[in-house]
Design a protein around this ligand. Sequence first.
Ligand SMILES: NC(=O)c1ccc[n+]([C@@H]2O[C@H](COP(=O)([O-])OP(=O)(O)OC[C@H]3O[C@@H](n4cnc5c(N)ncnc54)[C@H](OP(=O)(O)O)[C@@H]3O)[C@@H](O)[C@H]2O)c1
Length: 327
Amino acid sequence: MRKVRVGLLGCGLVGTGVVEVLAETSERWAALGVEIALSRIAVRDLNRPRSPLVRREWLTANWREVSAAGDVDVVLEAMGGVEPAFEAVRTALAHGKTVITANKELLAAHGVALRAVARGHGAVLLNEATVLGGVPVIHLLDTYFKINRIRALRGIVNGTCNHVLTRMDETGCSLEEALSEAKAKGYAEPDPTYDLSGWDARAKLKILIEHTLGIAVPVDRIPCTGIAHVSPLDIAAVRALGGKLRLVAEARTAEGGALMAGVGPQVVFPGDPLYAVDGVDNALMVSAAALKRALGAAGFATAVYPLAVPAAGLPAVRSEPTRVSTM
Ligand SMILES: NC(=O)c1ccc[n+]([C@@H]2O[C@H](COP(=O)([O-])OP(=O)(O)OC[C@H]3O[C@@H](n4cnc5c(N)ncnc54)[C@H](OP(=O)(O)O)[C@@H]3O)[C@@H](O)[C@H]2O)c1
């Protein structure tokens, strides 16, 4: 049996979910000849009530006792935010550990630097959960799409905003009412600013641009408009046109290599694959050279539709994203 010694940074919503999934899947891992041994968890507050699956002796308030531990091979980062997550992940990579993170804010800010640390120390940095939830889109882009020259991305990558816009369209309610409902269902954070401002979608777009177009653009150079000011009148006007309002993230390379990218509300019409994406679902369209159209979908709360179409066949962009410079 191969033993993988795991340390966890953070034990909130995601971290607790990791503990539960590891407990639930231990027999399946064993069938594969792998024992996942979790023995260290860094948290902020040692006295906070935790899941009964979280053993008291695993907890530490010092993340270095996870990131630099000699008895940890793989570090799962689920602290969120940029600091101290950056230092904790950098330390783990500098110790040659594999790091798996769900933190899009961290990767959008420091992904390039962290990958350089990983390369320099023979470590591995994995970030599948940063984009499109449980759908392995990063793996798909890094492998299946790698030999194709990806020219454009377009998608709905924030479930909270999509749910709010869907409910406003379905019921005629205000943004505040749709948001209250989303919070009650656990689809929105108590402070939804990061989602409604479009910053969450922008961070995810930046990560997707790196994995597909190979361009490391600073996240704050990507133009971004959120949905915080969308009113029921806006939704009604869009509906009268036969469309739906959606927060769309997109990027493409123009002739000469310039990057066009942006996040903002767009009117999508029937015939546009994004028109069918409602509620907390996510979707991503990928346009690549030398690929015919292919459609795939996955269930659960998030879904990905990797559409590979010739670049010339891209749907018309209704609000053209502003040009940003290539790095
Ligand atoms: N929630 C989602 O649905 C979702 C989906 C995809 C990705 N993500 C990403 O996953 C990450 C975690 O999200 P979450 O919702 O699980 O956050 P959360 O519930 O706020 O949990 C954060 C955890 O990190 C711990 N922590 C914070 N600062 C710390 C410090 N200085 N030292 C040690 N521990 C510290 C907290 O400790 P205490 O428990 O003691 O407070 C808590 O356990 C974020 O990057 C988020 O963007 C979340």
